[in-house]
Design a protein around this ligand. Structure first.
Ligand code: UGA
Ligand code: MN
Length: 323
């Protein structure tokens, strides 16, 4: 073969190889596309199957909720009654506040709501609200004496609030319930705070006095008992105001075993107490600091907030419409 023929032969070989290569690649590509296509089809049917399962999963979740409710109902029989004591007085936000907390209480099993109105007589508004709430409840009233009533221009802290009403509830407990027989936990539940139902779960663990943090109070994001790392007991308080009080805890930050309320009959709230010392002095009747039972995950969770509703500027009222 001469060199010309050799070059031509070589070119032919390369061309043939290129045709083969292109042909082979096309076959491979078509084959791959077929696989992807069939994968897509199976992926789609997998997705459809999952969608079907999703409905079933939702159903199962509902079945779990129902089952949980059923279990809770069985367990609730063993839970102590929570006696929630709520002082309340007329102002434009009263019905809204009471609606809010009564509906929170609807989520709490074994609760007995004790509503004490700061009024000469029980009002229709509160009576109807209690009936509508469907809660087990006791409706009382006790008017704050005029010398202790907050005057319109006075700041709130000038007067003790809820003293007469909480004492009326204490009297009701001691007149109505029997030590060693009636079991429960007493919680002073002001009408304007915000409560997570979890705080009531915590109360079920109380032996004497349980404590936990309170959000948005005393100029801090939260006040809280401080625990000793070694013993896990309360060693002090993070509080925006006088943290050295024997018990620097807001009313919303503790609950007491009913047994203590019924047996320590000398324990009352009083106007004689220094302003801001109601909680501290009241707790001193029952317990020492190192006996306090820290709850809410060793006081690391906030389940109650010391919220306050702004007084709305109401310029007119619709006659006959209860708000
Ligand atoms: C803080 C505490 O959270 C209260 O538990 C405590 O009684 C009060 O300080 C205090 O040192 O006396 P604060 O938000 O300042 O609470 O008080 P309010 O929420 O205005 O009153 C506490 C409770 O007493 C509420 O349930 C409220 O409805 C009731 N109250 C207030 C009355 O029954 N009559 C009143 O004239 C005022
Ligand atoms: Mn308040």
């Amino acid at each position: 073969m001469n060199p010309m023929e050799r070059t031509h032969n070589c070119e032919m070989k390369i061309k043939r190889f290129a045709y083969w290569f292109i042909g082979f690649s096309v076959v491979v590509i078509i084959w791959k596309l077929c696989i992807i296509e069939s994968n897509l089809v199976s992926l789609q049917s997998f997705r459809k199957a999952l969608e079907l399962q999703e409905d079933q999963l939702e159903l199962t979740q509902q079945q779990i909720v129902l089952f949980e409710n059923w279990l809770n109902k069985k367990n609730n029989k063993k839970l102590p009654t929570i006696y929630a004591v709520t002082p309340t007085y007329w102002r434009f936000v009263q019905k809204a506040e009471l609606t809010r907390i009564s509906q929170t209480l609807r989520l709490v099993p074994n609760v007995h709501w004790i509503v004490v109105e700061d009024s000469e007589t029980k009002t229709e508004l509160v009576r109807n609200l209690i009936v509508e709430s469907g809660l087990v409840a006791t409706h009382l009233n006790a008017k704050t004496p005029p010398f202790e009533q907050l005057q319109s221009k006075e700041p709130r802290w000038k007067r003790h609030r809820g003293v007469e009403q909480r004492n009326t509830a204490l009297k009701w407990f001691r007149d109505t319930l029997i030590p060693n027989k009636d079991k429960g936990i007493v919680y002073f539940m002001d009408d304007d705070n915000t409560y997570n139902v979890k705080v009531f779960d915590e109360m079920a663990k109380i032996k004497k006095v349980g404590v936990w943090p309170v959000g948005l109070v005393g100029g801090l994001n939260a006040e809280s008992p401080i625990l000793d790392e070694k013993t896990g007991k309360v060693k002090g308080y993070r509080s925006g105001w006088k943290p050295n009080r024997p018990f620097a805890i807001d009313m919303a930050g503790f609950a007491i075993n009913l047994e203590l309320i019924l047996t320590k009959t000398e324990a009352w709230f009083s106007y004689k107490m220094e302003k801001g010392f109601q909680e501290s002095e009241f707790l001193s009747y029952f317990i020492t600091k190192d006996e306090l039972e820290p709850l809410a995950d060793n006081c690391t969770k906030v389940y109650v907030w010391h919220t306050r509703a702004e007084n709305p500027a109401v310029k007119g009222t619709i006659p006959g419409l209860e708000v």
